[in-house]
Design a binder for this molecule. Sequence first.
Ligand code: ZN
Ligand code: ZN
Length: 231
Amino acid sequence: MRVEILGTRAHIDVSAPGHALHSGILIDDVLFDLGEREYLERRPTAIFITHFHEDHAFFVNEDVDLDVPLYGPQPWPGLPVRVMRGPVDIDGMTVSPIPTNHSAGLRSCAYLVEKDLGRVLYTGDLFSFPQRYRDRIPDVDLAIIEGSFMRRGGLVRRDPATGRSHGHAGIPDLVDLLAPLSRRIVVTHLGSWFYRDIAASVQQIERLSGDVRVTVAVDGMTLEVAVDRDV
Ligand SMILES: [Zn+2]
Ligand SMILES: [Zn+2]
């Protein structure tokens, strides 16, 4: 699988060269999240949305004319979203949703992408996985995690009206969770903390490496998920 991380910037006002575009990951010809209209120029054969926040789905506040299958964790007004209820086979790839906890009002999911014996996990935004799904995450060749917060615990708030929590995990929480399952971890969806001193922030993230290498994505970065297991 060829993985191209099109955009690495969270839903924030600051921007920098190399970290300017919102969420989008192209895996072969399939797109995961559509944070910028220009990603449609890549002519994906299908689009999977992790959740309908505008940095992952630019069209929640803009008109869009989509002529490719659109998948997501819930219906969306005016769009023919195919709601993910289980694995979907597309382009020789199997895409499975893993529900996540992130928003108080919207459904969200991570995606597990499997092709040619390779596996990639893209978390989207989350403060946690519900336990019953977390226990079922398999070993992966690459985990692409969100980087909204560097501090452990991230930021989780409770909606006083509904009692529901929403927010983001910290990068160390996600690394702790996924390092035992991953051959490599790449951090995207970078929050404002990252932009204060980008060189230092990159180092901070890379210091989380242990048995597993943890690196930072840059807009347009490509990775090859090669399956080099002995046959
Ligand atoms: Zn986001
Ligand atoms: Zn979000």
